[in-house]
Design a protein around this ligand. Structure first.
Ligand SMILES: [Zn+2]
Length: 265
């Protein structure tokens, strides 16, 4: 059981956890990005993991897929300026429609994604989103959050111990704090990170000469594909990724900002 005394220090722990999270931000109204650079250990982990994937996963030899990815990536890279990024875009043979990014600028695209992206602008929406994760240094945020929750839990135990709370009481408090950390901090932040990446990615595609309307169409195709697969939606607050409809609505609201920066080529 949590005593009144033990509950009184929870806000202090929460403040500590939150303080360790703020490494980058994106203002959707101005398009302003404030971003820290990832730690060198995180970058080297990213590069190592990507090298390993290239050794272990089958790399696609489909000439059309590879050419499209390089063509779109080149245009997107021309509107992004992050020093030290070692951009690399690789198509992996994998039927699940997915793409991912690793710290340091490594982006993987599954061959199964092309049925959804369908054209250069659709692919630009996905690659722009992945690039935005890298620019906003979201992996560092996740690492910091995870560390923050762990440190918070350890501290909580020490503080409660000093206050004379017994072992059972401390364990209950730790479980409560961990649950609060997971549901209240990590997952919602990830959702926000996803929405921020959608928006910043759409700005990038617009600046690179791709019609930002295509980003909305892309997510609608994704949503239709998921429904066809019978992907039953779980309660939104427990999902790492926002529901497709939430993303689409948020993106539609943001679209005028992106259209202002759209320069057709
Ligand atoms: Zn994402």
């Amino acid at each position: 059981m949590l005593t009144r005394k033990s509950l009184s220090i929870l806000p202090a722990i929460a403040a500590l956890v939150i303080a360790s999270c703020a490494v980058s931000s994106f203002d959707p109204n101005t398009g302003e990005v404030r971003s820290s650079t990832p730690s060198s250990s995180l970058v080297s982990q990213g590069l190592k993991q990507f090298d390993q994937m290239k050794r272990e996963k089958k790399i696609s030899t489909n000439p059309a897929y590879n050419a499209q990815v390089q063509r779109v990536a080149t245009r997107l890279k021309s509107v992004i300026n992050i020093p030290n990024a070692k951009w690399e875009f690789v198509v992996f043979e994998d039927s699940t429609p997915n793409a991912f990014c690793l710290p340091g600028g490594k982006v993987g695209v599954h061959s199964g994604l092309f049925q959804i992206t369908q054209n250069d602008a659709g692919l630009a929406a996905v690659l722009g989103h992945e690039i935005a994760h890298v620019v906003l240094n979201h992996s560092q945020q996740r690492v910091n959050q995870a560390t923050g929750v762990a440190i918070g839990t350890v501290l909580l135990d020490a503080v409660l111990n000093a206050k004379g709370v017994d072992k059972t009481g401390r364990a209950a408090a730790a479980t409560g704090a961990a649950a609060a950390g997971t549901v209240g901090l990590i997952l919602p932040y990830s959702r926000r990170a996803e929405l921020d990446s959608d928006k910043l990615g759409t700005l990038y595609m617009a600046r690179a000469g791709y019609d930002p309307n295509e980003a909305v169409k892309l997510w609608e195709r994704f949503s239709a594909w998921r429904i066809k697969q019978g992907d039953k939606e779980s309660p939104e607050f427990l999902r790492t990724h926002p529901l497709d409809q939430t993303r689409i609505v948020a993106l539609q609201e943001f679209l005028p900002n992106a259209k202002r920066e759209y320069k057709p080529m």
